[in-house]
Structure formats: structure tokens, C-alpha cells
Design a protein around this ligand. Structure first.
Ligand code: ADP
Ligand code: ZN
Length: 761
């Protein structure tokens, strides 16, 4: 064979001598557990057309050919004999679990977050869908051809016609006799008659039990937009009409009417038969938000973390079929299987809850951006305090900036003042409420206004220390001070479940006079009750909000004027619209400032701005008092002046100096294990590999560590981390793949990779 032809015929047999059997149709299958694949499996003739990308299949795996469940991610024809492959044994789903574009998104996430595709599937497809939760064998009614034949139906009674009409309208949604009876408001009689006369056919089918059947509401009219809103909407509509991906950063101060802009943009999207996804932080997914969208669009799927698997499955099916054109939910709603997605909105885009802190550690903002690129649709990011990442991109022109600089009806922003806690004249007894704040609360209560007090620490006392020997009562598994909780008299670790009864004497030296120091929301509640005995008070933090519905109940009480003072953690800072809140007090603005994290200033600015935004939303003006030991800090000063742009400009200059995001990319590798020495030496191995890979591939980046992170021990495991920093994401990704692809940690030691970490604890 002449040289050069070898490449053309890589197989032993030239094509003209191949028979049909040396070609095989194979499916690429991945698994959620190791080995993750992908591996090729033969699609047998009888399963041809059923094994398509996005369905699950049963295949034999390993030497023993144990049968396992896998996901099909591709089908192709290869020039190899069928004997070379193991066969697909069975197909689980009769329809793909995701669209082709979402499959693309899954592949991208797998690469970007260095997570096997099979694991990403388990994140994207809810467990309730995978387990077919709520599917039961039922007798269901279908209209026959006769049912839409006017001549035939003309002879029926009005009642019978009504029943048929309901059934025809339900098109495709299988209804049981019970459901049909309820919807038509009739007895079994007319239904039975219609079955006997051949208008209705009853079939035994496996159907999804409906948890919640909501007939569509009548959709309400839009509001007349302000000039600013109109302009912001115009930007979004322009992007929609361009039929191309574009990201719009909607920077609108609190109360400027961002939600109305989203809703009118969505209205436009629906008008040409497409669908929308609205992502919000879980905590702001209140009945009020839900109601606003429901009233406008009639049909909305609201997804949240407390849904049962069956409810989730039910919504998923309806979304797939295009019946709920608007989906609202927290970060995982970015995967909602809308068949013809037209727009993604991400509200409060700076919010930390969009980052998942378990594997895969994805950020919904980045996933949304990628999905919008795959779908070629606009993405709207909205916030009063945009993340510096998004703000920077808007400044570079990568995102289009739309601004709502005024509140609706030109309501003024609240006046924000600081209270310098270093001044002794501001002190009021032993409490945490300063004299000026105390005065302001009194005045507000006198004029029948409501008060919000923010303290970002739950529990009663934040540390328990012996004044004699200095011993701090700590968690043996996490090495962190225990927080005293007054209810149940316990000392609890806020990072694990460790709890002990509060020690009456020092556990170390037995000194009788152990002290409880620092203030959490419980102690603040006691102080507030004591200072304002006639006020109606509620506390909102993750301890009081454990029961489903408790969050909503308290918010409703505030709205209905049944509460005078609401105090709590950052939970109370988000998104609520209470017209009668006239005073917001920040008990300690410094708590977030002292976190060992380059985003500490940004978080402080965001928190103060967001909580300040809860006041002055009604007719009366609002005011804010921010207590701090460092009121001259730039983040606090800027928040007091409502100066996002000033803050962002200063902070970006600092970030640029150190190459922190958005001027560079970061990744973090966390190693953990029960043995300190073994974990540390594995961390050294990790760094050695990273450095070697860096050298061999000539990758430009910084490798910092290994070092113990601020949480050096957690739930009985010692922890080490390595920080990686580079100008762009791509070299970091390459580096991590090279260094870890054949790495097996020793027994009991785990490592996780966090791409774009949002904290460094
Ligand atoms: P944001 O999301 O920017 O904080 P919202 O969308 O919650 O602001 O709007 C604040 C309030 O103003 C809401 O009660 C909303 O119904 C009202 N609102 C928004 N746009 C208009 C408008 N164009 N005309 C009248 N009221 C409006
Ligand atoms: Zn602990």
C-alpha cells in the first residue's frame, strides 16, 4: 500500500470489502458513580430509535456484567463489528429527560466544574423525576373522535355537553373519573352514559398523581411604566428581537420597580409562544412574589426546596409540555426543561445562594449565562447591588447596562446614618442597642411605624468563656466556639450537629462563673422585649424558621401590621416590600467585615444596602441607623450614601491590584480527612502535582498553599486548602485536569475542587 493511504484506511479492511456487520450503532453511556464512563454500548435492533440522547438505560458493567443504570449522551455509527461492544439491555425513559441544549449545558458544566457528566445529570434532573415519583396505574378518561363531532354531540343533554367540553379542554391531561366529576361539577351518571354511548373512552394508564391542580387564573394587566422602566424594558426587548444572546445588567435601586420590568419582558416572550425562567434567592420566594407573577400570568410554576418528589415530578412534566410558560425558582430552576425558552431573568444576581456549596459547586449565574448562549436568548441580571463580576463586565461592554436610578413614585431613599459604637456617650447599659438607636425605635413606635433590626448571628451568646483560665467551650469536631442557645439551655456548634447542655461551671478549671459573651439574635430578642415591653416582636432566623410556613407567617404578620419589631439575621434583609417599615437598625455592621475573605467589603456593602432598602417603601420616609466600631470603613460609608458606583470603583481598583476576580479567576482545592498528618501530606502531594503540571504545561498561575483554611477542622475532619489564581479560567481548568485526572487520594481522605469559590472558609 502506497504511503499516505494508510490514514485513509485505518482499519484492516478497506471500506468496499466491509459488510453490514462491521458497522455498529452505539450509544455513549455515562454513570453517576465511578467508573463514570463514557463507554460505548451497542444498540440492539429492537431498541433502535428508543436509545436517544437524554434517556436512561440499563447496561452491563464491569467483569461481572452487573446491570447498572446509565445516561445516554450520544448515539453514533462506528466502523466496528457489533461483537466489540456490550449491548444496551433496556431503555428506562420513553422520552429524553432533557432537551439537546440542556444536554449541551450538562457537558459544559462537566468540563467547567470538573465533575463527571453522570453526576451533573443527577443535579439537573430532579430525584422525583428520576424515580417517577407519584406515578400510579389509573383508569383515565379520553374523549373519542365522536366527542368533537358536532352532529353527534348536538343530541346530548347540556350537562353531558358540559362534561365533554371540560374533557376536550383538558387536552392531553389524563383525568380520572373523580377529577372529571370535580371539574365538571357532576355525578358519575353523565360520565358513565358518555362512556356507554362511545363519547368517552376509559383506558388504564400509568399517570402522574396530581398534587395540586390549579386551573389557570385570569391574567391581570401590566402597570404603566415609569420613564426609567420603559427605557430598561426597551433594552431587553431589543435584545429579544435580535434573536441573539445578550446579557442585560439591570441595576435598579431597591424599590425601583425591577420586577415590573421583568414581568413586561416576560409578557413579550410569551406573546410569541416562548417561555421564561425567573431565578430568585430561595428566601425571597415568598407568597407575595408568587402572587405577583400568578396575577399577571395566570399560570406559573413555582419551584422551591420544600417540594415533595411527586410535586417536583408533576411540575417537571408540565414544564416539559409547555403548559407553564413561566417558571420561578431558586438556583436549580436554571435547569427547568422549558421546550422553547425565550428569556432567563436572575433577580438579586449578587446573592450568594446562587452558588451551590455541595458538588457540583456550580453558580446559577454562570450556568444561566451559558444556557442563554446555547439557546441564543437574552439573560437579564437584576440587582440594587450587582456583583463586581457583573458590574465589571458591564463596564467592559460585554453586558448591556440598564439603570433604574429612582424609586417608584420618586420616593426618596432612606437617610442612612452610622452610630459610632466606640463613643461611650452612645452606650446604653450593657445592651447592644445604642442610645441613638433606642431613641429612634421609641419615636418610630410612637408614630405607629414598624422597625426591622438586623443582627447576622443566631443563638444567644456567640461564645462561652471562663474568665479565670480563659478556656473557650468549643466543638471537639470543628474546633470552633460553641454558641449558647437559650431555648433548651444548650451550647451548639453552628457547623455540625454537636450539642451539649450549657456547662454550669468551667469544664476545664471548674470555676463557678463562666461567662457568656457576644450577642446573637436570641439575646437581642430578650433585650428588645425588655426595652420595649409593649411592642409586638418576632424573631426570624434559621432557628425560628425551621417549620414549613413559619417564614411566610411572620412576613404576613409584618405586612398586616400585627408586628411592631421584626429582628433577625440576613433572612429579613431580602426583597420584602413592607410599606410601613420606617426604621431599620443594623446592630453590628462589622460582623461581615472581619471575615478573612476578599469579598468581605462587598458583602458588607450589599447587606447594609439591602436591609436599608426595606424601609421608606410607603408614603412615609424611612431611615436607617448602622451601628459600627469602624464607621469610617469605605464599604460602610458608601452604603450610607447609597453610592454603589463609588463603592464598586474603589473596590475594583483594589481587586485589580491583587488579581482577584473579576480581574482573574480562582479555584480552590479542599482536602479533608480524619487524620491530621495524613491529610496534610496528601495536601502536599496535591500541591506537588499542581506545580509539576504547571511546569510541564507552561501554565501561568499562582498556587498558594497548602494551608489550613479558617475552618481548619470541620465535623471531625482536618482540612487543608490550596488556592489557585490565574488571569482566565481556561489555564486553571487545564492545570486541574492534568494534576488530578489519575489521582487517587489515600483511604478516608477526600478532595473537592471549587471553581470560582464564593468563600474561602
Ligand atoms: P424592586 O424589585 O426594584 O425592589 P419592585 O418591583 O418590588 O421593586 O417595586 C416596588 C413597588 O413599586 C411594588 O409595590 C410595585 O408593585 C410598585 N411598582 C413597580 N412599578 C410600578 C409602576 N410602573 N407604577 C406603579 N407602581 C409600580
Ligand atoms: Zn462542630
Amino acid at each position: 500500500m502506497p504511503a499516505g493511504q494508510q490514514d485513509l484506511f485505518p482499519l484492516d479492511v478497506p471500506p468496499w470489502e466491509m459488510d453490514a456487520h462491521s458497522e455498529s450503532t452505539v450509544a455513549k453511556i455515562v454513570f453517576s458513580e465511578a467508573p463514570h464512563g463514557p463507554y460505548d454500548y451497542l444498540i440492539p435492533d429492537e431498541l433502535f430509535g428508543q436509545v436517544v440522547p437524554g434517556v436512561r438505560v440499563h447496561v452491563p458493567l464491569g467483569k461481572g456484567n452487573r446491570e447498572v443504570l446509565g445516561y445516554c449522551i450520544g448515539v453514533s455509527t462506528v466502523k466496528q463489528s457489533p461483537d466489540a461492544f456490550k449491548p444496551v439491555l433496556a431503555v428506562v425513559d420513553d422520552q429524553p429527560l432533557c432537551t439537546g441544549r440542556v444536554l449541551e449545558l450538562i457537558r459544559w458544566m462537566s468540563t467547567y466544574y470538573l465533575t463527571p457528566i453522570g453526576q451533573i445529570f443527577e443535579t439537573v434532573i430532579p430525584a422525583g423525576v428520576r424515580s417517577s415519583a407519584g406515578v400510579k396505574q389509573r383508569l383515565v378518561m379520553h374523549p373519542t373522535a365522536k366527542a368533537i363531532d358536532e352532529q353527534a354531540t348536538g343530541a346530548l343533554t347540556a350537562k353531558q355537553q358540559h362534561v365533554l367540553k371540560i374533557l376536550v379542554q383538558a387536552a392531553g391531561q389524563a383525568l380520572t373519573t373523580d377529577e372529571l366529576q370535580k371539574l365538571a361539577g357532576c355525578s358519575t351518571g353523565p360520565i358513565q352514559l358518555l362512556r356507554d354511548t362511545g363519547f368517552i373512552e376509559a383506558r388504564n394508564e400509568r399517570i402522574l398523581e396530581r398534587r395540586e391542580y390549579q386551573p389557570p387564573q385570569a391574567a391581570g394587566p401590566p402597570l404603566a411604566l415609569s420613564v426609567d422602566q420603559r427605557q430598561a424594558l426597551a433594552h431587553i426587548l431589543e435584545a429579544l428581537n435580535s434573536r441573539q444572546q445578550q446579557t442585560i445588567l439591570l441595576h435598579g435601586i431597591t424599590g425601583s420597580g425591577k420586577t415590573e420590568v421583568y414581568m413586561q419582558a416576560i409578557h413579550e416572550v410569551l406573546s410569541f409562544g416562548r417561555q421564561a425562567i425567573v431565578l430568585v434567592p430561595e428566601i425571597s420566594l415568598t407568597p407575595q412574589t408568587r402572587q405577583r407573577f400568578l396575577e399577571r400570568f395566570g399560570q406559573v410554576a413555582v419551584l422551591h426546596s420544600r417540594m415533595s418528589p411527586t410535586e417536583r415530578h408533576f411540575h417537571w412534566r408540565r414544564i416539559v409540555s409547555g403548559e407553564t410558560p413561566v417558571v420561578i425558582g431558586p438556583r436549580s430552576a436554571v435547569f427547568a426543561p422549558q421546550p422553547r425558552l425565550g428569556l432567563i431573568v436572575l433577580d438579586e444576581e449578587h446573592d450568594n445562594s446562587f452558588k451551590q456549596d455541595t458538588l457540583p459547586r456550580y453558580h446559577a449565574r454562570d450556568v444561566a449565562l451559558h444556557r442563554s448562549m446555547l439557546e441564543q436568548i437574552p439573560l437579564v441580571l437584576g440587582s440594587a447591588t450587582p456583583s463586581l463580576e457583573s458590574w465589571h463586565r458591564a463596564r467592559l461592554g460585554q453586558y448591556r447596562l440598564a439603570t433604574l436610578p429612582r424609586r417608584i413614585h420618586n420616593r426618596p431613599l432612606p437617610v442612612v446614618n452610622t452610630v459610632d459604637l466606640r463613643l461611650s456617650s452612645h452606650k446604653l447599659g450593657n445592651g447592644t442597642i445604642s442610645r441613638p438607636l433606642y431613641q429612634a425605635i421609641l419615636e418610630t413606635l410612637a408614630e405607629k411605624g414598624q422597625v426591622i433590626l438586623l443582627l447576622n448571628r443566631r443563638g444567644f451568646s456567640t461564645a462561652i468563656q471562663c474568665p479565670q483560665c480563659g478556656h473557650v467551650v468549643s466543638c471537639p469536631d470543628c474546633d470552633l466556639p460553641l454558641t449558647h442557645h437559650r431555648d433548651g439551655h444548650k451550647a451548639a456548634c453552628h457547623y455540625c450537629d454537636y450539642q451539649i447542655p450549657t456547662p454550669p461551671v468551667c469544664p476545664k478549671c471548674s470555676f463557678d462563673g463562666i461567662q457568656y459573651i457576644g450577642t446573637g439574635t436570641q439575646k437581642l430578642e430578650v433585650e428588645v422585649e425588655h426595652r420595649f415591653p409593649r411592642a409586638r416582636i418576632a424573631r426570624m432566623d434559621s432557628d425560628t424558621m425551621r417549620k414549613p410556613g413559619s417564614h411566610e407567617r411572620v412576613l404576613k404578620q409584618v405586612r398586616d401590621g400585627e408586628l411592631d419589631i421584626l429582628l433577625g439575621t440576613q433572612m429579613i434583609a431580602k426583597g420584602h416590600d413592607f410599606p410601613n417599615v420606617l426604621l431599620v437598625g443594623v446592630i453590628n455592621a462589622d460582623t461581615a467585615l472581619h471575615f478573612p475573605d476578599f469579598r468581605a467589603s462587598e458583602r458588607t456593602f450589599q447587606l447594609i444596602t439591602q436591609v436599608a432598602g426595606r424601609t421608606g417603601r410607603g408614603e412615609k420616609a424611612g431611615r436607617v441607623l448602622v451601628q459600627s466600631f469602624s464607621p469610617e470603613h469605605p464599604a460602610i460609608l458608601a452604603a450610607c450614601k447609597h453610592d454603589f458606583i463609588g463603592f464598586a470603583t474603589d473596590e475594583l481598583a483594589k481587586r485589580e491590584q491583587y488579581g482577584y476576580p473579576p480581574f482573574g479567576c480562582m479555584a480552590r482545592v479542599i482536602m479533608r480527612g480524619p487524620d491530621l498528618a495524613a491529610t496534610e501530606s496528601f495536601a502536599e502531594v496535591m500541591v506537588g502535582r499542581l506545580k509539576q503540571a504547571q511546569k510541564l504545561a507552561g501554565i501561568e498561575c499562582r498556587i498558594l498553599g497548602p494551608a489550613p483554611p479558617p475552618l481548619a477542622k470541620l465535623r471531625g475532619n482536618y482540612r487543608f486548602h490550596v488556592m489557585l489564581q490565574a488571569r482566565t479560567a481556561e489555564p486553571l481548568n487545564r492545570l486541574l485536569v492534568r494534576a488530578t485526572s489519575d489521582l487517587k487520594p489515600p483511604k478516608d481522605i477526600l478532595y473537592v475542587i471549587d471553581v470560582d469559590p464564593q468563600d474561602t472558609l
